[in-house]
Design a protein around this ligand. Sequence first.
Ligand code: HEM
Length: 409
Amino acid sequence: MTDTHYTPEPIRMYGPQFQEDPEQLYRDMRKLHGPVVPVLMEGDIPAWLVVGYRELRYVLSNPQLFGRDSRRWNAWDRIPPDWPLMAFVGYQPSILFTEGAEHQRRAGALSDALASVDQFELRSQCEKVADSLIDAFTGHGRADLIAQYSQPMPLLSMVTMFGLPEAETPRIVADVTMVLNVGPESAEAYGRVQNAMQRLIAAKRERPGPDLPSRLLAHPAGLSDEEIVQDLVVLLSGGQEPTANWIGNTLRLMLTDERFAVTLSGGRRSASQALNEVMWEDSPAQNSLGRWAAHDTQLGGQRIRAGDALIIGLAAANADPQVRPDSYGGSAGNHAHMSFGHGEHGCPHPAPELAEVIAYTAVEVLLDRLPDMGLSVPADQLVWRPSFRLRALTTLPVEFTPGYLRGPG
Ligand code: HEM
């Protein structure tokens, strides 16, 4: 890595050019600036976007140099309190912002708790949820698969593993969705989710069950109630948003790409192929904000100052010609994408497996129930949500022959 002493013009990570064709923009960025790109976020706040696969692995494998604690940011004096991305950078004492031994203690407990989830039970819960969501629209012959299917699917599938009381579930699902949509009601909704998690922990202390909060309470890491509350909120939102987008983007691929359409009704294997292809082509989490340099360093030919912000360019790294040359023959069997992150702060084992159980079951049950489903608008009219963090459609309208109820009622 050499220091070029070159100060290139930064690229805006917002506005029409970014929304319309981020892939083309990533390609142009790489050509102009190489693997580490100076960018401007909303309000022209500077950051480095890491688009090189090799450089991204280096950043994520060196948490002492590129830390997760946002308090070391050297641009805090320029950030207004109502900055649109504040929810992702404002320090909170959750697993997300902890580092070193403290992070290992928290992450170890989360992974142990997640490993105890019975994946057969989860699958059967997913089937029930999928069936009852489909029952709600199957008689109409049309549906929006984003609002009516992929969005509600993950949280409803995860309520049993959280041991949430059934009566509280709709409120919590609505509040977590409000938090994730980042709007004027997000802060209040966030407070309500935290309160609900506090009540849940108090209840599980009294009466432990086979669920995540009880396992975290009993874990030898000795987590405090406050730590468990913080990390349960991270689990709820971290599990919901990318898994919903994974389902939505996979359904879009299967409905718009002939390779999948021909096997739509009998396509068990093609559902897994579509899920994997989406991880390479339409990564549900496009960019993650972020990491903060612990001291001056160099990366991909750029001079990084202590306290500079780095954006983790998951989607751009997946498209790096170093790992995806023009001769690339498709994603089948290749799971080396960066869409679950990498290193200490990557998606904790076995969360990706749980996400796959939810997403695969969602796709499979839908194809089983509505085998003649097709898009009700031309594919080029589908609209992506305006966000640099995630890749998600606003709607996915479909039509099908009206079917029969099948869920548990
Ligand atoms: C398609 C589904 C999912 C995708 C694409 C995904 C992706 C990611 C990525 C890229 C990161 C790392 C972000 C960074 O390095 O800045 C991450 C972290 C995390 N994910 Fe996931 N995730 C998914 C599902 C889940 C699920 C189902 C759960 C839990 C039930 C979960 C829990 C977490 C947690 C707790 C972290 C933070 C880890 C840490 O900071 O130590 N994720 N995920």
